[in-house]
Design a binder for this molecule. Structure first.
Ligand SMILES: *Cc1c(COP(=O)(O)O)cnc(C)c1O
Length: 429
C-alpha cells in the first residue's frame, strides 16, 4: 500500500476498515475527557464492554443455584472451560482437546516443564532466547536447580549478533544443531516481548525434533496477535496469558497447549490435581491419579469461573470478528502505516530520531513496534503520556507501541505521528 502522511488518508483507511465497529465493543480509557490513544494492548488489553454482563451471568448462577451450578443450567460450570477451549483453539491453531484454560502463565510454564523437561546425564540443556521475559528466565532457572543442575551449564541463552537487535533464524537453527547431543528442550517466546520479533516457530520445532529435543513456546505476546498453527507446526507444548492481546482482564486465566501426539504418553510426569482427573470418574474420589486425555489432563484445580467468563467475553468477540486471520489483515496495515509514519519523521528531520528495532519483515512481527528514542527518550515518553498516548516504557530507551486491530484506528496512529513530531520542537531534541 502507498501510505500517505495526511490526516485525510488516515481517515480514508478508517472508513474502509471492516473492523471499525469493533472498537465500540471495548471501553477506551479516558484522558482529559477524551478517549486516550491506547497502544498498550501488549501489556494489558482493553476491557470488552460485555465483560460485566458475562461476569454478572455467573454471579447470578452462583446466587440462584450456588453449588448446583456446577452441573445445572445451560452453561454448567463443570464444562465451562470446554466452551472457552473451543473458542481459544482456533486463535492458536489447535484442536479443541489440545487446549485448556487454567491457572496463570508462569504457573503453567512450570507445570509444562515438569512434563517436557526431562534432563538426564546426557541430555539436560535448555536453549532459549537471551532477554526472554524475566518470569520465564526465573522459571527455567529454578527448574534446572530443581534437578540440582547448574543454570550456567544447563541453560544456553542465544544472543543476537553484535550490532543487531533480533535473532536470525539461521543462527537459532545452527545453535540447536550444534548442541544436539545435549539438548533436552528448546523453549522460546512466540514473540520476544522487548523487540516484538516473531520467531519462526515451525522451523525451530523441526530443528529441535531433529536434535532429539522437545520444542515449547511461551505465546504471551503472540496469542491473539498473530496467526499461529501449533498443531500443524508440530509444537510439543505452549502456554500463554489472556490479559495481553486476548483482552481477558488483569491477571486473567492462562491457556495451555499440549500436542495430540503426547496425549497418551504415560511416560510424561506431571504435577496432578483432581481437575485433571478423567471427568467420568472424577467424583468417585478414588485413590490413584488417572489423567483425562488431552490438555485437560494437566488441569490441577477447580476452574475459576469468573476468570473463564471474562476470557469467554473476549474470545466471543474474536469469533464474531471472523477470527485471527481477519484481525491480522488489518494489523499488518495498521502497524505498517505506523512504521511508515515513524520513518517519515526521520527522513524529514534528516537524522534518526526514532529507531524501530522490531523487524521490518511483516512475517517477523505482530502489532508491536519497539522504538528506541535516540534523544531524550524518557522525556519523549512523558510527553506522549501528557498527550494521552499510552504506550509503555522499557529501560533504557525503548518505547513499545502496539496498535491493536480490534480497537485502534488509523487516525490514532496518525495522531501519535503528530505527537512524535511535536515533541522534537517541544523538548528541543
Ligand atoms: C507477560 C508475560 C509473562 C507474565 O507471566 P504471568 O505469570 O502472567 O505473570 C510471562 N512470560 C512472558 C513471555 C510474558 O510476556
Amino acid at each position: 500500500m502507498n501510505y500517505q502522511t495526511t490526516a485525510e488518508f488516515a481517515r480514508q483507511l478508517d472508513t474502509a476498515d471492516k473492523l471499525a465497529t469493533y472498537r465500540d465493543k471495548f471501553l477506551i480509557p479516558q484522558h482529559n475527557g477524551h478517549d486516550a490513544i491506547y497502544l498498550c494492548g501488549n501489556s494489558l488489553g482493553l476491557q470488552p464492554r460485555s465483560a460485566k454482563e458475562y461476569i454478572d451471568e455467573q454471579l447470578t448462577a452462583w446466587q440462584s443455584k450456588a453449588v448446583e451450578s456446577w452441573f445445572d443450567g445451560d452453561k454448567p460450570w463443570l464444562s465451562y472451560h470446554k466452551e472457552v477451549a473451543a473458542l481459544a483453539a482456533p486463535v492458536v491453531g489447535a484442536h479443541t482437546d489440545e487446549v485448556t484454560a487454567m491457572n496463570s502463565l508462569t504457573v503453567n510454564l512450570h507445570l509444562l516443564l515438569v512434563s517436557f523437561y526431562k534432563p538426564n546425564n546426557k541430555r539436560f540443556k535448555i536453549l532459549m532466547e537471551a532477554g526472554a521475559f524475566p518470569s520465564d528466565q526465573y522459571a527455567v532457572e529454578s527448574q534446572v536447580r530443581f534437578y540440582d543442575l547448574d543454570p550456567s551449564d544447563a541453560i544456553i541463552e542465544l544472543k543476537p549478533r553484535s550490532g543487531e537487535y533480533t535473532l536470525r533464524t539461521d543462527d537459532i537453527l545452527k545453535a540447536i544443531d550444534q548442541n544436539k547431543n545435549e539438548l533436552a528442550l528448546v523453549l522460546f517466546g512466540g514473540i520476544n516481548y522487548y523487540t516484538g520479533q516473531v520467531f519462526d516457530m515451525q522451523a525451530i520445532a523441526k530443528a529441535a525434533h531433529n536434535a532429539g529435543a522437545y520444542a515449547g513456546f511461551d505465546l504471551a505476546h503472540a496469542a491473539g496477535n498473530v496467526p499461529i498453527k501449533l498443531h500443524d507446526w508440530d509444537i510439543d507444548f505452549a502456554c500463554w496469558c489472556s490479559y495481553k492481546y486476548m483482552n481477558s482482564g488483569p491477571g486473567g486465566i492462562s491457556g495451555i497447549f499440549v500436542h495430540k501426539k503426547h496425549h497418551h504418553d504415560q511416560s510424561l510426569k506431571r504435577f496432578a490435581g483432581w481437575w485433571g482427573y478423567r471427568e467420568d470418574k472424577r467424583f468417585l474420589m478414588q485413590p490413584g491419579f488417572e489423567a483425562a486425555i488431552g490438555a485437560e489432563g494437566w488441569q490441577v484445580s477447580t476452574s475459576p469461573i469468573l476468570l473463564l467468563a471474562l476470557h469467554k467475553a473476549s474470545l466471543d468477540i474474536f469469533e464474531q470478528a471472523g477470527g485471527i486471520a481477519v484481525l491480522r489483515e488489518k494489523s499488518i496495515l495498521l502497524t505498517g502505516y505506523f512504521e511508515y509514519l515513524i520513518n517519515t519523521i526521520n527522513k524529514t528531520q534528516g537524522r534518526e530520531i526514532y529507531r524501530i528495532i522490531t523487524p521490518t519483515d511483516i512475517e517477523s512481527r505482530g502489532c508491536q513496534l519497539s522504538v528506541i528514542c535516540n534523544y531524550k527518550a524518557k522525556a519523549t515518553f512523558n510527553y506522549l503520556v501528557s498527550k494521552g498516548i499510552i504506550g509503555d516504557w522499557r529501560e533504557p530507551d525503548v518505547i513499545r507501541l502496539s496498535p491493536v486491530p480490534l480497537y485502534n484506528t488509523f487516525s490514532e496512529v496518525y495522531n501519535v505521528y503528530i505527537a512524535l513530531n511535536e515533541v522534537i520542537k517541544n523538548i528541543d531534541i
